[in-house]
Design a protein around this ligand. Sequence first.
Ligand code: 6GU
Length: 245
Amino acid sequence: MIFDILTLFPEMFLSPLEGSIIGKAREACKVTINLFNIRDYAEGKHRVTDDYPFGGGKGMIMKPEPIIRGVEALQANKPTARVILMTPQGTPLRQEMVKRLAQHARLIIICGRYEGVDERVRAVVDEEISIGDYVLTGGELAALVLVDAVARMIPGVLGDEEASEDDSFSKGLLEYPHYTRPREFAGRRVPEVLISGDHQAIEQWRRAETLRRTWERRPDLISRARLSDEDQRILEKLNGTSGTD
Ligand code: 6GU
């Protein structure tokens, strides 16, 4: 999979995409990440990429021509790409969207800066994405989040040990609590069931903890999740209601 990133700050992407799992996936050519400086598509001696807003107001607006010229230059390459604009006005990113985007062979990701981009940039955009309801200084950190989340869904990027289907979040719920050695730390013991060797009991405990955590911390996720009859029974025990209404 190819990620082409259009940004005014390509250096912001370097170290986050070098280390760990994404760095290894790049070395193994499972993913290709190309960085393009929007300034390189700007014209004139000063290669200006922003300007004052018509109608007045605070802040600077990213000019349309450099971004659109950049997208058009990249779209001349194969395979054709889905064009994404990172903006707080976009659809909030969720795991289902991440999985859908991982089906594309290539994404072009535009990082907006300043107070926004000229509205006419939207003519070349297929999809607008936000990473949550808070304001960042620019789309770069959001693009890094998107690339990381999408890349780890690509077959071969995660090892068997960290297979993405096992994420409880990919089933729309939070993870159960995890423990490693030592068995006792600062007077707190690992739950007995986890050292019992009873795999069925362990699975049941983990499912119940997943449901309990999600119910306590993210009841909104419970209403979206597909739950088995057994899950419903566990939830009823937890709070004396059905948990889904
Ligand atoms: Cl995509 N951009 C900016 N500037 N702020 C954000 C965001 C994106 N997503 C959440 N906040």
